[in-house]
Design a protein around this ligand. Structure first.
Ligand code: NAP
Length: 506
């Protein structure tokens, strides 16, 4: 990157949780790594009346609390680059003052017109703020580039996402808009591309001829914490599946891009979204399972059920767990089921992709465990990031008894480098103007389109039950029924990559 590309980073919603926990600590890491230009300023914008001095103090303690890099020697120099101003998000007249503030900051800090506007506000403002910025000319690129970064969720369904797209495109061009999906910023997610496309041994097997099914899990052990108000309007399908898990699916399933150019990679990702086999309304009950956690005792502590959480309706129908089966109708994946599941209050926090290879055509060896011995490639996104290959080995002794063994790689073993956080990577890319790891509008719309029948049936009908599951378990009892092959189950991952099963460390 040309780090001489000086710019101002404007964060809307700067008094919020995301700014404190993720954005400012990530920018600090970039600063320490000398990946920010010398002429750089961050302007925090929100409704709260806070002085620049107070904002700097808040960010100083946020960096100390949430820093992702050990070096604290640059905190004072970094916070001197931070400024704060108040705004009424929906009042266009206050944007003229913002424009003046930016002009002043530019001349004081010797920065050209390059500006990034990061929208870290409630999603209802994702249309309002860009329109108001444009009303005072802050979308114009005559004095330097202007970019918008938009947090998830991009819309709440297909209709609202299309509306948002149309309103943004009135004043901004697609190449100015960066839709963030922090999963794509994870080093381990990007490593999927390297694993697939730099290893001759995997790519020939990566198709319907050798793969039995693909399983993607993103589990959280925590509940909804204090976010009941938000979660009630979202649920697991919108919060996790529509964005993160379908993006991970696309990277797992995409064709090799012709180059590493952003357009080449994003075109292949989009093709996966376009190839998702539409789910028929009548099939929803057979391919989608929803659940909601119930009060339970975990490691001796009683935890509340979802409906007892603050901000949640006592008769809430919001799902905290989803498992979904679907197909990608193209030559590579024809007939291969994909299974994804995600949930709150599951036994452990883990995100991983499991490629289940087909069993051998004829099992030579005795014993009834041959089905379980199908090879699996586990790509662990978090925690204990790494890759695990499971294969059959002869158990020493007489006869030919086969047992599963593991061959594994842990990122921790690469002790030379730290893994940058997802936000650090994505913020850096946005500064470079590299949109590879940001979701394109069409992808987002295809994802909403794909899930619309499920959302409709869940909302309107009671033919699909909302199952309760005790907090601390792997979701509703019948979730294994989704798996086509009755001899197979979901993998039950543990904290450590190489362990699985019900009794491992969680
Ligand atoms: N937190 C996360 O880890 C996370 C992860 C992924 C995505 N996101 C997304 O990122 C965005 C920001 O997240 P966050 O957790 O920082 O949100 P937040 O703390 O709820 O809100 C950010 C700021 O927006 C302002 N705000 C809140 N409600 C408002 C309202 N009704 N009208 C106008 N302004 C309001 C508040 O500042 P003032 O009162 O000072 O104006 C608040 O500090 C959200 O859209 C969220 O969905 C967050």
């Amino acid at each position: 990157m040309n780090i001489s590309e000086n710019h101002i980073y404007v964060i809307f919603g700067a008094s919020g949780d995301l700014t404190r926990r993720k954005l400012v600590p990530a920018l600090y890491s970039l600063f320490i790594r000398k990946l920010l230009p010398d002429n750089f300023a961050l302007l925090g914008v929100s409704r709260s009346s806070v002085s620049t001095a107070e904002f700097r103090e808040q960010m100083r303690s946020a960096i100390n609390q949430f820093k992702e890099i050990d070096d604290v020697s640059g905190i004072e120099e970094f916070v001197r680059k931070l400024f704060y101003t108040t705004i009424q998000f929906d009042d266009v007249s206050t944007y003229s003052a913002l424009k003046q503030e930016l002009a002043l900051l530019r001349s004081e800090s010797n920065i050209c017109g390059n500006t990034i506007f990061y929208l870290s506000t409630p999603p209802g403002l994702y249309g309002v703020i860009p329109a108001n910025l444009a009303a005072v000319g802050l979308n114009l690129q005559d004095d330097g580039w202007k970019r918008l970064i938009i947090e998830k969720p991009f819309g709440n369904d297909l209709g609202s996402a299309m509306q948002l797209k149309e309103s943004l495109l009135l004043d901004w061009s697609e190449d100015q808009i960066f839709r963030i999906d922090h999963y794509l910023g994870k080093e381990t997610v990007q490593n999927l591309l390297v694993t697939r496309f730099s290893n001759g041994m995997f790519e020939p097997l990566w198709n319907r001829n050798y793969i039995h099914h693909v399983e993607i899990t993103s589990a959280e052990s925590i509940g909804i914490e204090k976010r009941g108000g938000y979660y009630e309007t979202s649920g697991a399908l919108r919060d996790m599946v529509q964005n993160h898990l379908l993006q991970v699916t696309a990277l797992t399933a995409m064709e090799p891009p012709s180059s590493l150019e952003p357009a080449a990679i994003r075109n292949e990702i989009l093709k996966v979204f376009q190839s998702l086999r539409p789910i028929q309304r009548k099939d929803v009950q057979h391919v989608a399972i929803r659940g909601q956690y119930l009060s339970s005792t975990i490691k001796g502590t009683v935890v509340p059920g979802y409906r007892e959480e603050a901000g949640v309706a006592p008769d809430s129908q919001t799902e905290t767990f989803v498992a979904l089966k679907f197909y990608i109708d193209n030559w590579r994946w024809g007939g291969v089921p994909f299974y994804i599941r995600t949930g709150k209050r599951l036994p452990t926090r883990v995100t991983e992709i499991v490629i289940h290879f087909k069993p051998t055509p004829h099992f030579l060896f005795s014993g009834d465990k041959h089905r379980q011995s199908c090879n699996q490639l586990v790509i662990r996104i978090q925690p204990d990031e790494g890759i695990l290959l499971k294969f059959g080995m002869k158990t020493p002794g007489s006869g030919f008894e086969v047992q599963n063994v593991n061959m594994e790689f842990h990122y921790d073993d690469l002790s030379i480098q730290r893994l940058p956080s997802a936000y650090e990577r994505l913020i850096y890319d946005s500064i470079k103007g590299d949109a590879t790891l940001f979701a394109r509008t069409e992808e987002v719309l295809e994802a909403w389109k794909f899930l619309t029948p499920v959302m409709d049936v869940w909302k309107n009908g009671h033919e699909v039950p909302l199952y309760g599951y005790p907090a601390g378990t792997w979701g509703p009892d019948n979730v294994d029924d989704l798996i086509e092959d009755k001899e197979m189950t979901w993998r039950y991952p543990c904290k450590n990559l190489s362990d699985d099963g019900f009794f491992c460390e969680l």
